[in-house]
Design a protein around this ligand. Sequence first.
Ligand SMILES: Nc1ncnc2c1ncn2[C@@H]1O[C@H](COP(=O)(O)OP(=O)(O)OP(=O)(O)O)[C@@H](O)[C@H]1O
Length: 660
Amino acid sequence: MSRSDHNEEHISRVINAASATPLGQQINKEDYITDSWKRCIEEYKLNPGVAAPAHILPAHEILEHKDQIDSFLHVARIGMEGLYKHVASLNYVLLLTDATGITVDYIGNTCFDSELKDSGLYLGADWSEERSGTNGAALCIRTQRPVICHRTDHFHVRDIQVTCSAAPVCDPTGELLAVLDISALHSPAAKEGQILASQLVSMYARKIESANFVRHFSNEWIIRFTNTSEFVDVSTENLIALGSDGNILGATQAAAKHMKSGCTVKSLIGKPVTDYFECTLDELMDIARNGENSSKKMLITRDKHELFFAGLIEPKGSQMKSVSVEKEQHNFQPLERLSHNDALMDRAINRAKRLVDKNVNIVIGGETGTGKEVMARALHDSSARAGNAFIAVNCAAIPEALIESELFGYKAGSFTGANTKGQKGLIMQSSGGTLFLDEIGDMPLQLQSRLLRVLAEKEVMAVGANKPEKVDLHVISASHRDLRVLISEGTFREDLYYRLNGAILNLPALRDRTDKGFITMNLVAQEAKKLNVSAKLSNEAMKVILGYSWPGNVRQLRNAIQFALAICEDNTIGPDDLPDELFEDASQNHNVEGQAPEQLQTSDISQIYAEQYPAKVRKLVETLKLHQWNITAASEELGISRSTIYRHMERYGIVPPNLM
Ligand SMILES: Nc1ncnc2c1ncn2[C@@H]1O[C@H](COP(=O)(O)OP(=O)(O)OP(=O)(O)O)[C@@H](O)[C@H]1O
């Protein structure tokens, strides 16, 4: 059957099925799909024949959705990365939608980016039923239970090759918070093939729910219970948070089901926990704290007389207090200075502020030149480590043979050419401060293993040493390449990635920032200060800067300002002083000499400007020669004033032959 026949058949099947049964009258278990088709046609007036690409929200709208559940997203991300490890090789992508169906996080194979984007398997895709018809996330939002929406279960013909398995994630009061979904663009025909995927996604949804629960109630007592004694210390499925009066503050869905059949989390909240277990509050706390050494040993539910082993997660109250005192003492200015009301950058900064002094290793992502090192330094300067060293290491710039001794140090006489006294490595030099590992993706595999050991054991073994030394390490790493792609290519260790990646900060590209004017003015001031002059930028020049797409980001902008200041007259930058490439056709702006923005390197930018600089000087000399060093004639030809020509001659050391 041809593709269009297949589509036609799908359209008529959807329309016939939707018109055959009245809404809400389910005949068999799959009828929640027919019900959805019916709503799509009758309520949302959707057309199943639509094959247009999926609707992706603009960046600022995605941010609004993300910000609503920001702290949850961090927890969810860790779970998603765990799940992705299991399914990446099967070409699944992971989506996390919020409770309205907007995709707020996403992990997928970047090789299929545009295909995935068109299919809506992408960040910002709107999977609400109203917009995208029947699909896994929408069905999960409606039914609040795990679902498989396989190929022709979907409403739109656009989606009938796709398979989705989705599971709900609830907040600690039982409200739907998000939907975790794994989808594949193409899948075997049989729906049964997705059962394993569905179980996996449900398992991770529960893991994320529990991790979020523990985060949410970190200041409260949390009881966990399980029917296997071996798992009592690790199982986090059945959790109940208690206030100091013994009343229930929240519970996981799984816990609620065990406590009373058919009861919801909401119905438990505010009730004494002893309504559900056959014991007093003191006995319950004793069982949770002392396990088999307690007087009663196990919890017994009042409803079904089920027996459970219990454990306790204690509140972090006292620590929280000291954290909030510390917070007031923080000076966040170094971070705040990096943005002027740009939504994307403000978001990164707000997240960064929350990470200061939390002792988590951080990975900073972003295209080359977006300011990853600047951000790392600002994090350091805002932290309690500010008084100690900030050591920046560019893993791509140190020759491979030297990285080991540079990073780990060496003892006297450990290799030919080594300093006779030995040398303290950069890791040790950063002890108490911050180690910034730039281009971490370029670190050789063998050294990745050593770094992993340092991070795990907090000890450094110098080359040629026989005993390790303790190090107080805080690592911020950066890469303009996607480390997950490097992991899939086998050039980056996954376990190291998880050690380094306690949190991710992504920096926006300059072309996407709304505060380009602010950054430009800062750079003009900084560069002018270096030259000890006071400089100005004309409105026309600013217009050109704002209109350009900056493939090399802030670094390219800084180089352009340096270039302009070197050739401008009266220290006032006009449009003519800006590098030529800023005037190229806007459509070509994303490329300089055919390179994609991510690949544009510092050396390329400096070289382009260096070439332009001699070209301008050369042109001035040639014009002067052509007019036998007649300044008036040269000034007319070049269209610049005589005084400017004199100034440029002086600045560039150009001397007429009769004066030599
Ligand atoms: N907010 C900012 N204000 C002023 N200058 C900035 C800002 N962000 C970045 N820069 C400047 O841009 C240049 C590049 O910054 P940085 O080296 O931090 O980028 P990067 O993302 O680490 O680059 P790479 O990926 O190549 O290592 C530097 O000259 C830096 O001073």
